[in-house]
Design a binder for this molecule. Sequence first.
Ligand code: 5GP
Ligand code: ZN
Length: 106
Amino acid sequence: MSDCIFCKILRGEIETEFLYRDDICSIFPDANPKANTHLLIVPKKHISTIADMEEGDEKIVGHLVLCAKNIAEKLNLKGYTLQINVGKEGGQEIFHVHIHLMSNFG
Ligand code: 5GP
Ligand code: ZN
């Protein structure tokens, strides 16, 4: 079993409020929001960092972007930022790929 925080969240071992779930990804709020709306779009597959993406993972990452767009529409966000931090020097703290969706225009 992975010790990764996001894997634990996805397994239900750490509590969160899921806004969306499907076979490929889940969406839940960031615990330390940096905007009025700050969500994390997280794949079920444990990929540590974008730098470790393998052939085929682009389908997963593309799906994350599509789900970000869908939830932004559902929440009527007029504009938003999608951010992926890559590597420690790139600001990544949790080594399980995720997209930040941040908006102050909800
Ligand atoms: P990173 O810096 O890796 O791109 O972003 C990690 C994000 O995960 C941070 O914005 C941080 O606030 C968030 N985070 C860390 N631990 C938890 C947690 O246990 N639950 C949730 N919902 N978010 C977390
Ligand atoms: Zn993980």
